[in-house]
Design a protein. Sequence first.
Length: 309
Amino acid sequence: MEIVVIVGTGCAGLTAALYAARANLRPLVLTGKQPGGLLTTTSTVENFPGFPDGIEGCELMMRLQKQAEKFGARVQFGTLEAAGLKQRPLTLTIDGEEVQTETLIIATGASHRHLEVPGEHLLENKGVTYCATCDGALPIFRNKDLVVVGGGDSACEEALYLTRFGSTIHLVHRRDSLRASKVMSDRVKANPKIRPVWDSVVTEVLDVKQDKVTGVRLKNVKTQEENVLECSGVFVAVGHIPNTTLFKEALDLDPAGYIIPKKGAATNIPGVFVAGDCSDRVYRQAVTAAGMGCAAAIEAERYLESLNE
Ligand code: NAP
């Protein structure tokens, strides 16, 4: 029987692991399919407090894991496949094995949202990608025209990163102004290699017949005019979808799929707590996820104490 199982090793999960470990709870921490979470797919993190020169996303996550393990967290490569939360003890299926636990901290984060247009999935890894840091340096993108889709911080970050490799980066956004933070928007606007394409959506990624990206079909949402923009790569950065499908039967989710916390980090099921991007549709920052992870671990510790009273 486990005392605390934490699902997810992003900022939320690993901070929860650190706090639970320091409370002598020896948490079992599952990496899921993306150890280290989405931050491992970013380049320099400039807004995590304590790193005035920034820190690479991977480096930050490795340090967080090391810090949690130092105090007794047991980080295990494993994926949660099912969660029986309606009975006690809570029963989890992890890679086919049943594990029982007194408390569960869900820190499953979020995944990249897709455009869901023709050609996108068929050309994935053939020019369509969701991570500039992972794929931007590939030869197929070097000195080529590239398209980034989106208007938030992620899209700006991707576009700026790609200026190292591509010739022109076309930033396609469905509105006429960016949603991104001012510092990121200003950097994008000041970069001569980035060309904004306003009020436009991608309606198709070309060319499935050639089995590689040769361009995108664009539609101007104001004039309805369509045209083809030639490019060798499409980097999709249109936000995220919370990873909560496994919990939708048992936990209260909002219409977009985010878990609704009750009081602090608690959920509608006693002993089940939540932290990070799977329950935060407002801030979605590394540091807020870490803070939520800390809160979830403290709540779990208090819950366990209350069972012994
Ligand atoms: P986001 O802020 O939700 O932005 C998503 C963008 O994609 C929006 O501009 C949205 O358009 C557009 N979009 C959504 N669905 C679309 C569709 N189907 N077709 C075309 N465009 C679509 O997501 P994000 O940029 O990934 O950022 C998520 C959070 O992480 C934010 O809180 C952000 O501040 C944070 N973040 C911070 C940093 C940093 O500080 N350096 C870096 C990355 C992310 P609309 O504007 O019209 O809604």
